[in-house]
Design a protein around this ligand. Structure first.
Ligand code: LMR
Length: 328
């Protein structure tokens, strides 16, 4: 595409605008499940494509498929191994079939904030995790931040007992299932694109997600309110196929990975802003946000933290220790 055509394609919409690829350009597909604007992943994926389409014009052309228009997170890694899609950035909860190492990110109250998550990911242990699926054909390239998760339901959630007996949508992760069971709630793993409908029709009572997802999917419209628990993290791994990446000419691969690294640094540094804007947008749209007193929050910690013990062998006691040192 020409730079002008790329700019037009990008400005058309937040939704499904695809770059117009020219003959001879290598088409690179990036599939994801969130909205494109006002969302950490959506913005980063669009910026990545914009830069590839400008700086690698004539060589490569990236098409971004947001909003589950191509694959959901349960399908996308399989599709990648089949060569049908080249990039995705599923949340770290979605890699269970390929590695158990990312379970540390799902453990409740493991990281106190996104800065602690960032520091852990930047450590040698965190960086090594990107290669944990290489023998299965998938290579992690960069971590992308989204933010801390909050709980919402069709009734006020102030103490952990309020969650008892409720059905909560969770991502497809055994840790998150165990987390909800620790609250005596009923976890319902479900694809992201189905959550709004499930909340609206009462198939589930509640959910956990970040401000940008609660805003972007309008979950707050079909919930009584959202409780600011910051109880866990939702972050992403930009992933590609080892075979596809190795098949690229070295200079093309280098340019692509350099652009991705720069986009990742830029957007990760700006994530706090996107997160805060989404929280504010929920309030502006009339959504209810409940804050907890330190005592109330401690009750959630006490109820959920016992889950760590169950997964310590999967994630490594030394990694838990490292995460706690970062929090301190
Ligand atoms: C979810 O399924 O709730 C998230 O992983 C969606 C996303 O990509 O942020």
């Amino acid at each position: 595409v020409t730079a002008a055509a790329a700019a037009v394609a990008l400005s058309v919409s937040a939704g499904t605008a695809l770059a117009q690829c020219d003959d001879g350009e290598m088409v690179i597909k990036f599939s994801h499940v969130t909205n494109s604007d006002k969302h950490p992943k959506g913005i980063a994926a669009s910026l990545f494509a914009e830069r590839v389409n400008t700086e690698m014009n004539g060589v490569a052309c990236m098409e971004v498929y947001p909003n589950t228009t191509l694959y959901n997170d349960d399908q996308v890694l399989e599709a990648m191994l089949n060569g049908d899609v080249q990039f995705a950035a599923p949340s770290l909860s979605k890699f269970e079939k390929y590695t158990k190492q990312f379970r540390i990110f799902d453990l409740p109250f493991m990281f106190k904030n996104i800065e602690a998550v960032d520091a852990f990911q930047a450590s040698d242990a965190g960086q090594a995790m990107k290669e944990s699926m290489a023998r299965r054909g998938l290579l992690g390239l960069e971590f992308w931040h989204n933010g801390m998760k909050q709980f919402s339901a069709n009734k006020p959630l102030l103490s952990p007992e309020d969650a008892k007996g409720l059905k909560f949508r969770v991502q497809t992760s055994d840790v998150l299932v165990a987390q909800m069971e620790a609250l005596d709630a009923s976890p319902q793993p479900m694809a992201f694109s189905e959550v709004y409908g499930a909340l609206q029709t009462g198939v589930v009572d509640g959910q956990e997600n970040t401000w940008s997802n609660i805003y972007g999917q309008k979950f707050f419209e079909v919930q009584d309110g959202t409780t600011e628990t910051n109880h866990g993290v939702l972050d992403y791994l930009v992933v590609t196929s080892v075979e596809w990446l190795e098949g690229l000419d070295a200079d093309v691969r280098d340019q692509l990975l350099t652009i991705l690294a720069e986009v990742s640094a830029e957007r990760n540094a700006a994530v706090g802003e996107v997160d805060a804007e989404a929280r504010q947008a929920i309030l502006d749209a009339g959504g209810e946000i409940r804050e907890l007193t330190p005592e109330q929050r401690q009750a959630w910690v006490d109820a959920m933290k016992p889950v760590w013990a169950k997964f310590e062998a999967d994630v490594g006691a030394e990694n838990i220790e490292a995460a706690q040192q970062i929090n301190a």
